[in-house]
Design a protein around this ligand. Sequence first.
Ligand code: TYM
Length: 329
Amino acid sequence: MKKKRVLSGIRATGRLHLGNYLGAVKGMLALQDDPGFETLYMIADLHTMTTPYDRGNLRSAAREVVLDYLACGLDPDRSVLFIQSEVAELHTQLAFYLSTAVSVARMQHLPTYKDKVTQYPKDVTMALLNYPVLMAADILIYKASKVPVGIDQEPHLEIAREIARKMNELYGMDFPEPTRFATESGYIPSLLGEGKMSKSIEGSYISLTDDLPAIAQRLAGAPTDSGQGKKVPTEGGVANLFTLVELFEGMEKRETFEKAYVGTGVRYQDLKKELAEAISTTLKPIQKRRRELEVNASSVDQVIQEGSQKARAIAKVTVEEVRRAMGLS
Ligand code: TYM
């Protein structure tokens, strides 16, 4: 039986945080371990350029993500690991062809686009508007049918499916309609009590490279209350802390804290101390592997080079097919 393809990516914004790990990388690992799938994972550095970025830092930020991928257990012998810009001529070429199959209005109404317009009102570029089309190209160029990403990426996957349908209808292509592969933990909340854990919001995240004192310090900033009440909060700082307790210490532990909340009271100092230790225990093996990789720069370069070659070989075939189907050759 032919293996189904998987494609995912993370922008080159430096080191990964717990949200990226639990919401995306865990799913990438699960599919890498499943013999029914052929997995390709990239660093979306072209997508990084759709909002203001530091050009002096772009290459090293992409490299940091490669290191995090490897440290988390993505394995170049089982997954193709590559940097999007190393196959730029094919991804951007396909993005142009796909852009003929979707309207400007559809792009402008996407919630993810509107959020970025609010965040960067002075930097609303064509590249930003085109973000989901490039992402569709990333996926369709490998004819991937599963995409391990967080729930926030669902609107982009919907666009990829719409484009796939349209290209199949208009030009007789055979693009699969890609669906999201969700991890168990799903959406990881911000430490600040509102919204999601995000690299662009200082104080909201814990990096995969944070040591115990750094994790404790970040948790110290998480808002709490008196520790007691009639009902367990379902949103805000305390609810988010309870979610993290469940993720890192298990459901039973969460229930113990919830009982204490409606009973004798929760001592947040103790909760945060235990939680910091549990998070640190999860991250230690990843950090150990990362340190080993950091001293072996040439092997990381080799992974990037070989991965990009493998990705290019597949991508080239699809671009040639689309060019023929659309009347270019
Ligand atoms: P990016 O860099 O914004 O996010 C990387 C991945 O991490 C997930 N994520 C979270 N999941 C759960 N809880 C959180 N707090 C949290 N924060 C981030 C995101 O859902 C995402 O999966 N558009 C993509 C990059 C991309 C891509 C692609 C992905 C470009 N081309 C093709 C898949 C396929 C993005 O914004 O990643």
